[in-house]
Structures are given as C-alpha cells and as structure tokens.
Design a protein around this ligand. Structure first.
Ligand code: 13P
Ligand code: SF4
Length: 301
C-alpha cells in the first residue's frame, strides 16, 4: 500500500479530515480533503462533522482550529512547525497603547499565538483584514503582529488611525524589489501579484495585493497568461492545477517557509495512527482567545 493509500484508509476508519494550507508541500496538498487560506480553513473547521481534524500547517493554524472547535481533536503533523511572526508582540507594548488610546481596538492577525489573541479585541486574516477593521466603530487601531499587513490596511482605510509595532514575516519581508524588477524586465507582459505581508516597496510595484486565495483567484480569472508571484512558493501547486496553460514566475531567491514544509506524509500517517500531537489550549486561554476569533467570523460575514 502506498503512503497515500494508507492515509486514505486510516482517515476513513477514524472519520478524520485533512485540511492543508496552500504553503505546505504539493504531496501534502494532494492528500488533503480541503486546501485553502487561513480564513477559509478556520471557517471550515468549525462547520465540519468529523471528530478528528489533521491540520497541515503551522502551529497557530491548528490552535485556531481548536479554539473554534474545542470539542474536536485537532492533530498537528509537526508540533514544531511554527510561524516566527506569531510570537512577535510584547504584552507591555499592547498595554502601553491601550493606556494612551482609551478607545483603542487591538486587532490581531490570525498568525499569532493563542496567548497573544487573548490581548486582542478581534482577529483578522489577510483575506478579511480591511473589511473587519472597516466594520469596527473604533477610530484608533493597534494592528499586531504584522507591520506590513498593518500598513497595507492603514493605506486602504485612511479614515482610521492604524498603528503597528515591529513584527513581520521573514519569508515575505525579504522578497527583493531588485529580483522582482529583473523578472518584470524579463517578462514585461506578466502581472505582479503579491501578498500584503510583503514590504511597502514590493507592494508599491504590484498590480494586485491579496491573500493566498486572492492571488489564486486573480490569476485564474485574469485573461493574462503570465504572472510574477510575490508569496510563498507552495501556492504554485494550486496556481498550476487551476491554470495549466498559464506561466508563473517566482523570485530567484524562492520564498520558502521552512516551517510549512515540516509537514510530511510520514508525519500525517503517524498522527493519524497514534492520535499524538493533539493541540491543547488551557481553559482560561481558550475562552479569551476564542472570543476575538468568533468576532472575526461575525464581522467578516
Ligand atoms: P493567507 O491567510 O493568505 O493564507 O496567509 C497565511 C500566511 O501565513 C501568509 O504568510
Ligand atoms: Fe509565518 Fe511567514 Fe511562514 Fe506564513 S509564510 S507561516 S507568516 S513565517
């Protein structure tokens, strides 16, 4: 039996479901029941009937799945697959800002630990950040942890005072303007599609800025046939699957999230067989961190 067949067999026996983010390896996306961006996966997890969810992504994703579906067993193939940005906030900075601005809303990107979510009023993903923040009554907003996405939201919503701290995604932040210019010169017809976690200089060059699913949708619906992609290379699996006749170019320093790539078929098999790596959130953290996530789902709909 192949690993893929074994995964399918145990999954069926245990009534488990496999969710995967667009950044995990192609062979992992192939065995997944659902593939998507952070917003889609968090909404989906809540509505599924399966008692076991294997979450192929980084730790905050499994944790968010558990916060939204506390009665389910959420298994992470690799507990060490962690998003470095998810930790890039200090509580004292959030508290100082709350003291300075009494009407402050602390808006937390879903790419954050459950602990950091407990300091926040509402969560967002890159797909719904602008919409959710526009729907808040507060004028003063502290956006944590991603300063790039926070600045992008600030540009879209000039009527709000959106403040940021110093967190960032190391993978997106180092996408090079120079390498993108070289690609544009080599492929003048290609449109540049980038994730809002990229630097301001990269965003300024872009023809489209959006979440992973936004980038895939844009490329799929466009009449153009060539695209330069400014996000993690894992999206190429879905981009090529949906658009076999189109061409996608990535920067020569290929953006690879090593944490996302820690998820393998062997690790999926192991957690399915053993039930190990079950995500645990303590009861007090769970109620305080679940609230901003639920609020996101309400405000985004
Ligand atoms: P999306 O919400 O666009 O899927 O992005 C998740 C992520 O980790 C981006 O770095
Ligand atoms: Fe975190 Fe960046 Fe990896 Fe996304 S790509 S999981 S933000 S390190």
């Amino acid at each position: 039996m192949t690993k893929q067949e074994e995964i399918a067999k145990i999954k069926a026996e245990k009534n488990a479901v496999i969710l995967a983010h667009y950044y995990v390896s192609p062979e992992v996306q192939e065995v997944a029941d659902f593939i998507g961006d952070s917003f889609y996966l968090s909404k989906l997890a809540q509505g599924l009937e399966n008692p076991i969810i294997v979450y192929c992504g980084v730790h905050f994703m499994g944790e968010s799945g558990k916060l939204l579906s506390p009665q389910k067993q959420v298994l992470l193939p690799d507990l060490h697959a962690d998003c470095p940005m998810a930790h890039m906030v200090r509580k004292e900075d959030v508290e100082r800002c709350r003291r300075e601005y009494p009407d402050l809303a602390v808006v937390c990107y879903i790419n954050s630990t459950a602990q950091i979510k407990t300091w926040s009023d509402v969560c967002v993903t890159s797909a719904n950040a602008v919409k959710v923040i526009r729907n808040l009554k507060n004028h003063n907003i502290l956006f944590i942890p991603d300063q790039n996405l926070g600045r992008y939201v600030a540009q879209q919503l000039p009527e709000k005072n959106v403040m940021v701290l110093d967190g960032y995604c190391p993978i997106h932040d180092r996408i090079s303007v120079q390498e993108l210019h070289e690609l544009k010169q080599a492929h003048p017809q290609a449109e540049l599609l980038v994730h809002p976690e990229c630097s301001a200089e990269v965003r300024e060059m872009a023809d489209y800025i959006g979440s992973t699913s936004g980038i895939i949708k844009y490329a799929t619906e466009s009449t153009n046939t060539e695209f330069i992609i400014g996000t993690e290379v894992g999206v190429s699996y879905e981009l090529n699957r949906k658009n076999p006749q189109k061409t996608f170019y990535f920067p020569k320093t290929v953006p690879v999230c090593a944490d996302m790539k820690r998820v393998t078929l062997d690790k999926i098999l192991h957690v399915l067989k053993t039930g190990e790596n079950s995500v645990h959130v303590s009861t007090d953290v769970a109620s305080a961190a679940g609230y901003p996530l639920q609020r996101m789902l309400e405000l985004a709909n």
